[in-house]
Design a protein around this ligand. Structure first.
Ligand SMILES: Cc1cc2nc3c(=O)[nH]c(=O)nc-3n(C[C@H](O)[C@H](O)[C@H](O)COP(=O)(O)OP(=O)(O)OC[C@H]3O[C@@H](n4cnc5c(N)ncnc54)[C@H](O)[C@@H]3O)c2cc1C
Length: 350
């Protein structure tokens, strides 16, 4: 899609798109931001911004947005494997509904001068690289599911400030209070497990039942939303006059809940490169983005992938939870690594 009225067109108004569009507008460019949805819109997500994500939003000048949405401060995680659970402290972070958060980020983009068009699906492609398809699903990829439970249906057991994470054969389910006392439920499942359980809601109930946590009345009947395969590796993250950021640049299973940190960090990092591309396109800019993106995100996705692998083995998860329940301090290095802000790229790789 090209339009001579604009210097840049950004497709998708999730955190990556809204932040990238805003960054370009702040550089004085005429930017169009297009989304197929109308806002506010729901999004399957745990809604947790860890300390790394908060630092990245802060650095982009958007540190005030979570609090303005009524985000709930996080203090810890309760990680369960069957009836055994461990309580792990968190060094910060907040939980917020994606309905509220993404709509607020979109408003920030508009306020910076971005022109926004919603309810329109854009066609983006670069035939040479296959870019903008987010890549084919990785073999054995899990799929996502989520729903937000109204405050009056959510059991008191799920207290604000704690992420409740139930793991089990077939997948895991995370529950956290967001603004207004609502309970965000987000899950990743093996496709066969969902089929056998009879749907996303019953699959979540099956995993939660094994923890012995109080049941949420009617959870399975709520309007669950699903996602396609979660783990995808794109063939490229840049093409001819095209840069992919956020999930469009590849994604891995969300067990460590970092997708928004990667999205905003990569959106802020792509802006100076994309702004140079507006002035004069040069194929070396695509390579520069490939390298910058790799330094910023790929290593961290590796950590997430390793965690997801552990969670796939009920025996390993059981052992980990048993060890953590006895010595919670064991979680410290991993939690600290996940909450460390992404390195800010300083320029093209040598
Ligand atoms: C189960 C689950 C739990 C998660 N939990 C967390 C968590 O707790 N914390 C965290 O940080 N991350 C979490 N994530 C990951 C996080 O949701 C994503 O990484 C993040 O939303 C990526 O942002 P984005 O802007 O790249 O994409 P998105 O937020 O997906 O936004 C993309 C936008 O593009 C639009 N769009 C797509 N195609 C087109 C088109 N052709 N034309 C126009 N518009 C289009 C869509 O409508 C959408 O609004 C989770 C993900 C899942 C599946």
């Amino acid at each position: 899609m090209t339009d001579p009225a604009y210097d840049a067109v950004v497709v998708g108004a999730g955190p990556a798109g809204s932040v990238a569009a805003r960054e370009l507008a702040r550089r004085g460019l005429a930017v169009l931001l297009v989304d197929k949805a109308t806002f506010p819109r729901p999004k399957v997500c745990g809604g947790c911004l860890n300390a790394a994500a908060l630092a990245a939003f802060d650095r982009a000048g958007l540190g005030h947005v979570p609090a303005a949405c009524g985000a709930v401060p996080l203090r810890g995680v309760k990680l369960a494997a069957g009836r055994r659970s461990a309580n792990l402290p968190l060094p910060g972070g907040v939980a917020v509904s994606r309905e509220a958060f993404d709509a607020a980020l979109l408003r920030e983009a508009e306020a910076a001068g971005v022109e926004v068009v919603t309810g329109v699906t854009a066609k983006v492609e670069d035939a040479r690289t296959g870019l903008a398809t987010a890549g084919p699903p990785a073999p054995g990829s899990r799929l996502g599911g989520g729903v937000v439970v109204p405050a009056d249906l959510a059991p008191d057991f799920f207290t604000p400030g704690t992420i409740f994470m139930a793991t089990g054969r077939g997948g895991y389910v995370g529950l956290v209070r967001v603004e207004g006392g609502r309970l965000d439920v987000a899950a990743a499942f093996d496709p066969d497990f969902v089929k056998a359980a009879g749907g996303l809601g019953p699959a979540a109930e099956a995993i939660l039942t094994r923890t012995g946590w109080p049941a949420t009345p009617g959870l399975a009947e709520l309007p669950w939303k699903g996602t396609p395969a979660l783990t995808r590796h794109p063939t490229a993250v840049a093409g001819h006059r095209l840069f992919a950021v956020g999930d469009a640049a590849g994604y891995v299973e969300p067990f460590t809940g970092e997708g928004m940190a990667w999205a905003v960090a990569s959106a802020a990092a792509v802006a100076p490169i994309a702004a140079r591309a507006v002035t004069a396109w040069d194929g070396s800019l695509a390579r520069e983005w490939e390298q910058t993106h790799a330094r910023l995100v790929r290593h961290r996705q590796g950590v997430c992938r390793a965690a997801a692998r552990v969670v796939r083995s009920p025996a390993l998860t059981g052992l980990a939870v048993r060890a953590l329940s006895m010595v919670p301090v064991l979680s410290r290095p991993v939690v600290a690594a996940l909450n460390r802000p992404p390195a800010v790229p300083t320029g093209p790789a040598a």
